[in-house]
Design a protein around this ligand. Structure first.
Ligand code: GRG
Length: 309
């Protein structure tokens, strides 16, 4: 289905917020933090794995998760210095490992990711599996150290590591991946598709705003915002997968080629688009109800459904 239909129209964000410059500037800060994280991981890994880690971590991604974490941190009234981006980088480290493993020959066997050959096509599957595995404990240490650097008490720092591990683990992303592997070639019910994505993509994405947040009422609102955004992001992913080329998306193969059920196969393009927009409204309402007046977070909610890759 790739490249056969026009991408659905998504409304432009209102107001004078410059989302493009915001994402570029935030992407730079996240990139700097990822380079710092790689430097601190380097002495603890086999030297042959360092180029693999550099490829997996630093190849140009959208950085949605860490940007969300930093935006939530700022929305809670705090100054975003390096420590905040170091904390946000821990989430991107988990995301990077998951993509490296997901693309392996024994999983999706993908050759293209972020417009570049996947790490295993460059460095081999064994080295990619090992380097990605090093990112899992690496991310936990990164989150713990960054939280202490930010002046959090040790209990809060450990709570952040727990939140990251819960989002990444068997009750989150890894559990969602297991459901996805079981579901290949089968038509899923809407409930099962929602559950799969709430875990596989939603858990990590929706953990990012609360990890950056502070204060019970705000964290509850950030949690609601994150859940709605995670779902909107995944529906938009399915729409893009069905309507864009591998060149534009910078990844291959498509969901259809892998025999996966998607929101588009379940609801059609227009139905999927309406559902994505509904989640964006829910996310924006959650911000308003939590007293979080954050133009960047509103704009990111619009961006996840408006993006072209
Ligand atoms: C073996 C059961 C088992 C688990 C291993 C591989 C794995 C853990 C989990 C896979 C999780 C995964 C790959 C989820 C996909 C999430 C997703 C939509 C990725 C694309 O995210 P973007 O668009 O990518 O943010 P960029 O490139 O911009 O960072």
């Amino acid at each position: 289905m790739s490249g056969t239909s026009a991408a659905p129209e998504i409304p432009q964000p209102g107001g004078d917020f410059d989302l493009t410059s915001f994402l570029q500037e935030q992407g730079k800060r996240v990139g700097q933090a990822l380079r710092r994280a790689l430097a601190s991981l380097t002495p603890r890994v086999d030297p042959s794995l360092v180029p693999v880690l550099r490829h997996g971590l630093l190849t140009d991604g959208k950085r949605v998760r860490p940007i969300l974490c930093a935006a939530a941190y700022e929305a809670c009234g705090r100054e975003t210095g390096d420590g905040c981006y170091d904390l946000a980088a821990s989430i991107e480290m988990i995301h990077a490992y998951s993509l490296m493993h997901d693309d392996l020959p024994c999983m999706d066997d993908a050759g293209l990711r972020r417009g570049s050959p996947t790490p295993h096509r460059v460095f081999g599957a064994r080295n990619t599996a090992r380097a990605a595995a090093a990112l899992i404990p690496g991310a936990a240490l990164q989150a713990w150290r960054a939280a202490l650097e930010l002046g959090c008490p040790d209990e809060t720092a450990r709570g952040l590591v727990r939140a990251l591990a819960q989002a990444a683990g068997a009750g989150g992303m890894v559990g969602g991946q297991a459901l996805d592997l079981e579901s290949e070639g089968r038509t899923l019910s809407p409930d099962r598709l929602n559950r799969l994505h709430a875990l596989k993509t939603g858990a990590l994405l929706s953990a990012a705003p609360p990890v950056g947040g502070a204060g019970r009422r705000r964290i509850e609102a950030l949690d609601r915002y994150g859940r709605a955004l995670g779902l909107a992001f995944q529906i938009a992913d399915d729409i893009l997968d069905a309507t864009s080329s591998a060149e534009r998306l910078g990844k291959h193969p498509s969901d259809e080629a892998l025999g996966k059920s998607t929101y588009v196969s379940l609801y059609g393009l227009e139905g999927a688009r309406a559902r994505a927009l509904r989640q964006v409204s829910i996310a924006r309402r959650a911000l308003a109800r939590g007293g979080l007046d954050s133009r960047p977070m509103e704009a990111i909610a619009e961006y996840v459904v408006r993006r072209r890759r």
